[in-house]
Design a protein around this ligand. Sequence first.
Ligand code: MN9
Length: 299
Amino acid sequence: MRKGIYAAQLVPYTGNGSVDPETLRRWVRHNIDGNGLDGLYVGGSTGESFLSSAEQRALTLRIAAEEARGKVSMIAQVGLLDYAEVLNLADIAAESGYDAISAVTPFYYNFSFDETLDYYRGLAKRTKLPLIVYVIPALTGKPFGLAEARRFLEIDGIAGIKFTTPDMYLLEQTLAAFPDARIFNGYDELLLPAAATGADSAIGSTYNIFGPIAKQILNLVGRNELPRARQFQRLLNEAISQLVPIGLYQCLKLLMDDAGSGSGFCKPPFRRLTTEENEKALAIGRRVKKAAADLIAGS
Ligand code: MN9
């Protein structure tokens, strides 16, 4: 599994909510050839996976792998509510050539931490692939601290964490306690501080569009060029702070369209944007991409 920048893969859905395979293939190729990313994280929040059927999830995993296998690292997010389906998706990920699987902590029911650990133990036993725990307390509602990080990372087969919390102190402590674990920063708006703290990899939705900006941030931090890294993080955050209130995934899909890569609807209850919102989102995205290209060219 490479270090670096991974796109949380956007998945195009047709107006009736099914996966659009041809557009998905183009979007995956765009992440590899257009954005030059190091990896893909398929089937996560950004893929609207928790609004999708297990069949749609399996189809998405297979199609993405057909396009990306052997070109970039691939992680399959297999977490969902039906445990039998989780195990089945883990098998599909292994068959399809993924480098790792990942699974969100079980949500909705208020499972105890011991139940959560059993869930991961079972999943780790089922697969030969390294397992990356997907920690995103803001969406799962499950608390996460150093004690939880330790108990996860001590399980045989658990290789790392997709760390989607803004707690940089916890990130530092986790890196210090587990120097060999694969820790992926999960909030794109915190890529610079996470990289400065020592994270060498990140997974994010906005990298589908602004991947080159993220690559710059990670590389510049690695070279101790913090003032310049800050310029790129500022651009990325300008986009995120303006696109999130409109509807981040809708905006990112629109910008994929703008890149000539295809089209896509979001699953309900994600709403459709108005014409004015579409125009606003396109203008923001284009402005930030152009400013980043100018900054790169002027280097
Ligand atoms: O995969 C993404 N998380 C979610 C990570 O979408 C819930 C992030 O990339 C965020 O979209 C991004 C904007 O807040 O950091």
